[in-house]
Design a protein around this ligand. Structure first.
Ligand code: NAD
Ligand code: ZN
Length: 256
């Protein structure tokens, strides 16, 4: 059974009165934009071999890795647009309620929706980095007609600037995410299984430092029985729309 109207009212009340609302998002928030999650029956790993995102494999087989990476992350992700859930979070930021987003996603859709404070825990596919000199490139400026793409400065291999298996979390994103979680009094988890370490620890930090946890997910996750106070069972876009409808008058007043 999906969430009740009563749960929506309670969650909207918490969000409306929050002093420091933070959102934590996973692959689930982008499903309604047409990007499947990695795991599960419809997941990308039921079609592709995750070895292409293994760092050692990538260095040994850059062309083969890049062929699959191009297909998934550039030909396919590249066409996705923000959905009502991304847009709702942007509206909450404009209203001054949402202070930041911690995202595990690499699809850039929060920024495209208009959010300006986004801690990218796993990096971003819209940037490429040179594996030798560290130069960054916007993905749209790099031709993927010949693979693998090479650095214009030093002719070394370029890699998407997101975290591969075997890589550590960027230190600045980690630190700013922990700080955001510690500062949150209301913490919104959207579309995350809670199975990916160390990202999965972040909601626990928010809980330990006193935040109320609202979770949006059509399924239960590892968080549901451990940290969640209100589980709004349903799809991110639909549930966020209902929350905003419930808070419509307050948000309009704050945006003026
Ligand atoms: P995940 O932890 O991100 O899980 C996806 C969750 O989304 C599941 O709990 C599922 O029940 C939920 N979900 C499905 N449809 C939903 C909807 N419409 N609304 C709300 N929730 C919904 O696990 P994963 O997919 O295995 O991802 C592994 C890692 O890779 C994560 O870090 C993830 O963020 C990243 N990833 C990112 C993207 C992206 O950038 N869009 C896509 C795939 C994976
Ligand atoms: Zn270089």
């Amino acid at each position: 059974m999906n969430h009740s109207d009563e749960q929506i009212k309670r969650a909207a009340g918490l969000i409306r009165n929050a002093k420091h609302l933070v959102a934590f998002t996973g692959a689930g928030i982008s499903v309604e934009s047409g990007i499947p999650p990695f795991r599960g029956p419809e997941g990308l790993w039921s079609k592709y071999d995750p070895i292409v995102l293994d760092l050692d494999y990538f260095y040994r087989n850059p062309e083969a890795s890049w062929k699959v990476i191009k297909e998934i992350f550039y030909d396919f992700f590249g066409k996705a647009r923000p959905n009502p859930a991304h847009l709702a979070l942007a509206q909450l930021e404009r209203a001054g309620i949402l202070k930041s987003i911690i995202t595990q996603n690499i699809d850039n859709l929060h920024q495209e929706a208009g959010n300006t404070v986004v801690h990218e825990f796993h990096g971003n596919s819209q940037k490429l980095i040179c594996t030798s000199c560290g130069e960054h490139y916007a993905a749209r400026d790099v031709s993927l007609d010949v693979l693998p793409p090479k650095c214009k400065k030093c002719d070394s291999l370029l890699k998407p600037d997101f975290i591969f298996f075997g890589e550590s979390i960027p230190a600045d994103a980690y630190t700013s995410s922990v700080k955001a979680a510690e500062n949150a009094d209301v913490f919104l988890i959207i579309g995350s299984t809670g199975e990916i370490m160390p990202a999965s620890q972040i909601p626990h930090i928010a809980k330990q430092t006193g935040a109320k946890i609202i979770e949006i997910n059509p399924e239960t996750s590892r968080y549901t029985r451990s940290v969640t106070n209100i589980h709004l069972k349903g799809k991110a876009g639909e549930v966020m729309q209902k929350l905003l409808d419930e808070m419509r008058a307050d948000i309009l007043a704050l945006e003026e």
